[in-house]
Design a protein around this ligand. Structure first.
Ligand code: UT7
Length: 323
């Protein structure tokens, strides 16, 4: 019998510094009210100057391992989803592996921006379900503040830094029930950092690698693609909307989250919302939200949970998990 891939532990980390909407009024031409009413964000965490994505990933990973009751030496696969790697190479996953004090197991990064964690978890799911991994560590970690133009009010007010991690193990009990990831590169220009090491290395050296977004267009696509994605996951599993206990959505905009909850006929009491506290932490947003709801006791063993996320690429996906 093929094993299922169960989430056996989770952890998270948020940098100490909090930047409120009020603080942002001093930085760009915006208001506390505009940010909250358009996005649902009240504050976000910002990494210290000497704090890097691997630091955030390490703190979240340690907590996830502890909550799973596993030691780092038992991990046989590390996958890190990030858009903001410490270095061009080695991967953040390799840096994390070294800092966890383990050697030999495969470790690599996955890059799908805000859908990155779902992509990473999809990979881990397939490794574990085929018996190639028994105990995997999957992390979403971002220092997104580093790729923001702090003079562009249309983007800098939306994002934050953080990390979330999960331990996924082979099990005889149900776990991840199905995973569905998608991409459409024709929309590459609507949400991007339009420079990279191959095209404009000088821009990167000058610290001018900034996120650009056509907000309205992205919003429209996110609502449509995520609406289809949550129906896809239900249909695949022959499941009724009423059987879902929780939605753990990507935290990009509360209005997008509400639209998807409505598509699933879920009350907002069944939706994990952290956007007010975290902003959009890109690949870290789903595991951060999941961990918050596990820690405060909302998500319990046996619950059926839908994860969804949408990001630059476009990339998007959905997953159904029994906890
Ligand atoms: O995680 C990846 C996926 N990302 C997303 O899904 C994000 C999707 N997009 C959004 O969440 C929303 O489009 C935003 C929150 C980015 C913007 O909300 P909106 O309701 O679409 O506003 P808008 O872009 O249409 O802007 C409305 C007005 C504009 O002024 P005019 O042209 O109407 O005079 C903007 O210039 O608000 C202005 N504006 C701001 N005003 C104050 C834009 N940014 C700001 C700001 N403060 N920070």
């Amino acid at each position: 019998m093929t094993p299922s891939a169960r989430i056996t532990g989770s952890g998270s980390y948020l940098p100490a510094r909090i930047l409120s909407n009020k603080d942002l009024e001093q930085i760009v031409d915006t208001t506390e009210d505009w940010i909250f009413s358009r996005s649902g964000i009240r504050q976000r965490h910002i990494a210290a100057e000497d704090e890097f994505t691997s630091d955030l990933a390490l703190a979240a990973s340690r907590e996830a391992l502890q909550s799973a009751g596993r030691s780092a030496s038992e991990v046989d696969l590390i996958v890190v989803a990030t858009t903001t790697a410490d270095q061009v190479f080695p991967s953040t996953a390799c840096l994390l592996q070294e800092r966890l004090g383990i050697r030999g197991c495969p470790a690599f990064d996955v890059q799908a921006v805000c859908a990155g964690f779902l992509y990473a978890l999809d990979v881990v799911y397939r490794y574990v379900a085929t018996g190639a991994s028994q105990c995997a560590l999957v992390v979403g970690a971002e220092t997104f503040s580093r790729i923001l133009n702090w003079e562009d009010r249309t983007t800098c007010v939306l994002f934050g830094d953080g990390a979330g991690a999960m331990v996924v193990e082979a099990s005889d009990s149900p776990g991840i029930l199905s995973s569905h990831i998608h991409a459409d590169g024709t929309y590459k220009d609507l949400l991007c950092v339009p420079v990279g090491v191959s095209t404009a290395y000088q821009e990167i050296l000058n610290g001018r690698a900034y996120t650009e977004m056509q907000g309205k267009e992205v919003f429209r696509w996110a609502v449509s693609a995520l609406g289809d994605a949550v129906i896809e996951v239900l249909t695949t599993n022959g499941m009724d909307k009423a059987e879902i206990d929780w939605l753990v959505p990507h935290q990009a905009n509360i209005r997008i989250i509400k639209a998807i909850a409505k598509r699933l006929d879920l009350s907002m009491d069944q939706v994990v919302v952290t956007i007010d506290q975290h902003g959009n932490t890109s690949a870290a947003s789903v595991p951060l939200a999941f961990d918050a709801a596990v820690k405060d006791g909302r998500i319990q063993s046996g619950d059926k949970v839908i994860f969804e996320a949408f990001g630059g690429g476009f990339t998007w996906g959905s997953m159904l998990v029994q906890i």
